[in-house]
Design a protein around this ligand. Structure first.
Ligand code: URA
Length: 434
């Protein structure tokens, strides 16, 4: 077998065998297959697609390209969650302490942001001292001790996905159903949980721009889950506007801390409750979805979820005084209010562009090796359906560079589409598939 034949087969729209897929994943992970050969094959997959069997074989090969964790000591049903990515998506930071406080074991490895979508690990690292790079033994001990640990993916967790994801990003091949489904599910399989809840984001700030594609992606991941023996539920959520009110690492940590103390934006709350209630169900802690939501609300109201968040941070070396008094986080140098030029109702917000603006300010990476600026980002004051008067604050830019701030101002304003007609608030939860 050789890689040139495999590339030619996919180029000519043939189905790849399990052996061909294994040969590619093994060879690319160990360096025998070059980046340009892998890029050719990935582009052929992007253009010509994959059958369900090929997608499953690709997923399993990537999952087993490195270590596969065994979380069975935490119970028969260990549940994990993942998001297909979005703008201002701080759900993990809020959701995981809530369900951990309810007794559901949380052993979660998260990723960094790439491009305009953010990553939980970058957000956690904006808390002074928080160590995301602990070893697997410490990770397991944390879960045993306090019921929760959030760490960065180890280098050896699905290393094939890591290489292929970076390659896809560099050749503009990220937004593709077989590639996204296999990427996410390979990491989830390697991370050891046997039940999975996926937040599949839909809209202009997500990889899936419309509901049909989001359903296809969800069904593909559910099918992979079935074949791999991992029960999978997909919650389709709206990403036509950023989630919550902040974009940027420290700003999102502050929003999460406020949310866990009871001040939670409505769209964030709906996503947290929907995902959490299914996680609780799959973990075997309660079958009634509405009752699970009630339990989560009680847990928030009692302060237990916030206490669990503090415990998580402290246990991983973070300085909780910043969370208890968020004014301790140093502000960016420039804090600029962007005002509305006209009155009306917000009809649309270009979420992806806001993600790009935040990224250019320094909150995300344009290249893998870029260093993140935790202080910068955006505050969104007006969401779809809100009324706006001329001169109202649409949002606030937090910048550390004057030139970048000036570039951002008009771009930010252009992201808001104002209509004279009344506009309904968008639905947040767009569907559930299992
Ligand atoms: N998230 C992932 O982990 N992989 C993708 O391909 C897209 C989003």
């Amino acid at each position: 077998m050789n890689i040139l034949e495999i590339i030619a087969d996919k180029r000519d729209k043939k189905e790849l065998s399990k052996e061909q897929i294994n040969f590619f994943i093994e060879g690319y992970t160990n360096g025998d297959i070059t980046d340009y050969q892998a890029a050719a094959l990935v582009m052929a997959i992007y253009l010509n697609g994959m059958t369900d069997e090929e997608i499953t074989n690709l997923t399993i090969a990537m999952a087993y390209s490195g270590e596969v964790l065994d979380l069975s000591k935490f119970g028969e049903n260990v549940v994990d969650k993942h998001s297909t990515g979005g703008i201002g998506d701080k759900i993990t930071l809020i959701l995981m302490p809530i369900i951990a406080a309810l007794g559901v074991p949380v052993a979660k490895m998260s990723g960094r942001g790439l491009g305009y979508t953010g990553g939980t690990i970058d957000k956690l690292e904006s808390i002074p001292g928080y160590n995301t790079q602990i070893c697997v033994d410490e990770f397991m001990e944390n879960v045993e001790k306090i019921g929760i640990s959030l760490m960065g993916q180890t280098l050896n967790l699905a290393p094939a996905d890591k290489k292929i994801y970076a390659l896809r990003d560099s050749i503009n091949c990220v937004g593709n159903i077989p590639l996204i489904a296999s990427s996410i599910m390979s990491k989830k399989i390697a991370a050891g949980a046997n039940k999975i809840v996926l937040e599949v984001t839909v809209g202009n700030g997500a990889f899936m721009k419309n509901i049909e594609d989001a359903k296809k992606l969800s069904q593909t991941m559910i099918n992979i889950g079935k074949l791999a023996g991992k029960e999978t539920v997909c919650i389709l959520t709206n990403m036509d506007e950023p989630l919550g009110y902040s974009i940027g690492n420290t700003l999102e940590v502050i929003e999460a801390a406020e949310a866990l103390q009871g001040d939670m934006e409505e769209d964030v709350k709906q996503v947290v409750l929907e995902l959490g209630s299914y996680m609780i169900k799959l973990a075997g802690f309660g079958d009634d979805i509405e009752a699970n939501k009630e339990k989560m609300i009680e847990c928030l109201d009692s302060g237990m979820a916030y206490i669990k968040f503090l415990e998580l941070i402290e246990n991983q070396g973070g300085d909780v005084s910043y969370i208890n008094d968020v004014s301790k986080f140093e502000n960016a140098k420039y804090i600029y209010q962007v005002l509305a030029d006209e009155s009306g109702y917000v009809k649309g917000i270009e979420a992806e562009k806001l993600g790009e603006i935040s990224c250019k300010l320094g909150a995300g990476r344009i290249k893998k090796e870029d260093v993140i600026d935790n202080q910068v980002g955006l505050i969104i004051n007006k969401k779809i359906g809100d009324s706006v008067e001329e001169g109202d604050v649409l949002g606030i830019i937090h910048a550390n560079d004057e030139e970048k701030l000036h570039c951002a101002i008009n771009e930010f304003k252009d992201c808001f589409k104002i209509s004279k007609e009344h506009v309904e608030r968008p639905q947040v939860i767009l569907g559930i598939m299992k």
